[in-house]
Each structure stands twice: as structure tokens, then as C-alpha cells.
Ligand binder design. Structure first.
Ligand code: AMP
Ligand code: MG
Length: 326
């Protein structure tokens, strides 16, 4: 019985997983009054909601806390104050329950949760607010095959939405406006397998200021930015020879992105299966942390760390993680 804690950015979540089954998965999201995330405020949010979410997660899983055997914590990567809030909560709980902690890399958890929907060894297109990466397991490590060279796709979309004055989070609103739009040309920026969005952002803002419609710009943003991601993901599939693609991150909730991935997979000569977890497992969540923690210690018990030996790693990169559980 593993208790998972997610705390890396705006979401604080707690989940209970047992033998790969998700028994509960609750969360609460910090929403800034205006503008982007203020890390200290998000950390304060996490501290405020932790105890209540913990009780909810136990209740929904119908277990008492004495049943918890280990705590999986997203200790990396993320905003330092948020990670610290999660760590403090995990430490005090670990001491109270006399259990150990499994440190879990948040990005890797987005990939591992795809095993719960049937993928075995996929390429992950991880499209969230701050992160945009194409990750796959190769030669003993989770490697980043492509990534954004500037902002994350979600933050880029949110900035454009802010320029349009349509509020936060921008993604779902841009998706709605895109339904009524037509294509206008935007810079398509892909270098090797890396992508960049800031040129497109400037162009969209210029076109908007000259009177181009929100509908047309939303449609063109999606078509252009998502095509870049799908192109890089396809190259990673071709390079690794893998036959599964999985989506992760909040932007992966977008129906058009899902559709474009599906089309790419179906058009490949090398038959490729497409997986898209349900929304609660796509966005930041604690179930993926608990699920990954369980996978890790099933294979390697030395990944259980005592509470006083664990720290946060705000800048840990996906390929720095020593993988001993595969
Ligand atoms: P995450 O960082 O993974 O929690 O994802 C948050 C990001 O997902 C924000 O930037 C949102 O604007 C974006 N997002 C959420 N829903 C959608 C959607 N339907 N289309 C595009 N982006 C979305
Ligand atoms: Mg995430």
C-alpha cells in the first residue's frame, strides 16, 4: 500500500495505490489571482490543503493510515518552495507512520503511468505548462529526445491567452476559439528534435495587435505548435524503433493534439499504438507518483530512503535519474 504525494508546481495531490490499482487520487490546485504562479504562494497553498487531502485520500481508498507501507514523493524537478512543502509533509508523515520514502522524478512518473493503460515501452510526448519533452527509455536511462528550447507549450499558450485577455488557464479557451478559426501562417520552429515557441508567440501578438481574430490565431497556434510536437515525437519513434506513443501533461487534454497524434500513429508504416490516459492521470496527479514508486521498489528495495536522508532536487533532469527498476 503506497501513498503518493505530488507537489512540484501548482497541484498538491495525494493518492493511494496497491498492486498497480489506484484506490484514490485527490488533488487541489493553486490558482494565482492574476498572472503566473508565485512559488511561495503555491507552497503556502500546499501546506494549507495537505492534511485535508490526506484524510480524503484515505477515506476514498477505505484504508486506515496504519496500512500505508511507504510514501512516494515527487521530490524532483519543480519549484523549490513547492517541493519543500511536499517534502516537509512527507517527512513528518513518514516519521509518524514509521515508513520510508521513495523519491520519484515527476517527468518519469508521467511516462510510467502509461503502463496502467496498457503501454509497455512507449515514447512519451509530455506537454504541460512548464515542461515540453519527448522522453523514452533507451540504453538504461530515460532520455530526452527532444524538448523546448525556450518556454513550455502550456506556458506559451497561457501567455498568448493573456495577451488576448481571455484569462487563465488559456489552453481550454484557445481550444474553443480554434473551432471557429481559419489558418494564417505562423513560424514553424523545429531544430533537430527540439522545438521553440517564442518566435510564434511574438508573431501571434503582432498579428493580434494588427486586428487578426482570436479564432484564426487560436486555430493556427494549435495547428502549428502541435504539428511541431507531433513531428518531433515521430522522429523519436523512428529513432528508437518503439511502437507506442503516450501523451502526458495538461496540454495533452487538448482534443486536436490527441487527434493529430492518433493520425500520425495510424499513418506510420511501423504500426504504432497510441495511448492517452484519462484526464485525472494526464494532468499533475499523485496517482502517477504512487504508481511509479510502487514499480520502483518492486524491483529495487534500496530505493526506499529514510526520511532524514531525502532532499529536494528542483533541477534534476530526466536523464540524471539512475534507473535500477527496469
Ligand atoms: P500541467 O502543467 O500539466 O498541469 O498543465 C497545465 C497547462 O495545460 C496549462 O498551461 C493549460 O493552459 C494547459 N491546458 C489545459 N487544458 C488544455 C487544453 N484543452 N488545450 C491546451 N492546453 C490546455
Ligand atoms: Mg506535470
Amino acid at each position: 500500500m503506497i501513498l503518493g504525494i505530488e507537489c512540484t508546481a501548482h497541484t498538491f495531490g495525494i493518492a493511494v495505490v496497491n498492486n498497480g490499482k489506484i484506490l484514490s487520487n485527490v488533488k487541489d490546485m493553486y490558482v494565482p489571482e492574476s498572472g503566473g504562479i508565485i512559488p511561495m504562494d503555491s507552497a503556502a497553498h500546499h501546506k494549507n490543503v495537505a492534511e485535508q487531502l490526506y484524510n480524503q485520500a484515505l477515506e476514498k481508498a477505505k484504508i486506515s493510515e496504519s496500512k500505508i507501507e511507504a510514501i512516494a514523493l515527487s521530490n524532483a524537478p519543480g519549484l523549490a518552495p513547492c517541493l519543500r512543502a511536499g517534502l516537509e509533509f512527507a517527512k513528518s508523515l513518514a516519521k509518524k507512520l514509521s515508513v520510508k520514502i521513495i523519491p520519484v522524478n515527476h517527468c518519469i512518473a508521467h511516462l510510467e503511468i502509461s503502463r496502467s493503460v496498457g503501454a509497455i515501452d512507449p515514447v512519451l510526448l509530455y506537454a504541460s505548462g512548464a515542461n515540453t519533452q519527448i522522453i523514452a527509455f533507451a540504453a538504461g536511462k530515460y532520455r530526452v529526445f527532444g524538448e523546448t528550447l525556450d518556454v513550455g507549450i502550456g506556458n506559451f499558450i497561457d501567455k498568448v491567452a493573456r495577451h488576448f485577455g481571455i484569462g487563465f488557464p488559456g489552453g481550454p479557451k484557445i481550444e474553443q476559439h480554434a473551432l471557429k478559426g481559419k489558418y494564417v501562417e505562423l513560424p514553424y520552429s523545429i531544430k533537430g528534435m527540439d522545438v521553440s515557441f517564442s518566435g510564434m508567440q511574438t508573431k501571434i501578438q503582432q498579428l493580434y495587435d494588427k486586428g487578426e481574430s482570436i479564432e484564426n490565431l487560436s486555430f493556427s497556434l494549435q495547428e502549428t505548435a502541435f504539428a511541431m510536437l507531433v513531428e518531433a515525437a515521430e522522429r523519436a519513434l523512428a529513432h528508437t524503433g518503439k511502437k507506442e506513443l503516450v501523451l502526458g501533461g495538461g496540454v495533452a487534454c487538448n482534443s486536436r493534439l490527441q487527434e493529430m497524434c492518433k493520425i500520425m500513429c495510424s499513418e506510420r508504416l511501423q504500426k504504432t499504438k497510441f495511448f492517452c490516459p484519462e484526464r485525472p492521470l494526464l494532468v499533475d496527479n499523485a496517482a502517477m507518483i504512487a504508481y511509479t514508486g510502487e514499480l520502483m521498489i518492486e524491483k529495487d528495495k534500496s530505493l526506499l530512503v529514510s526520511a532524514d536522508k531525502i532532499d529536494i532536487l528542483p533541477r534534476e533532469r530526466t536523464d540524471q535519474v539512475k534507473v535500477t527498476w527496469r
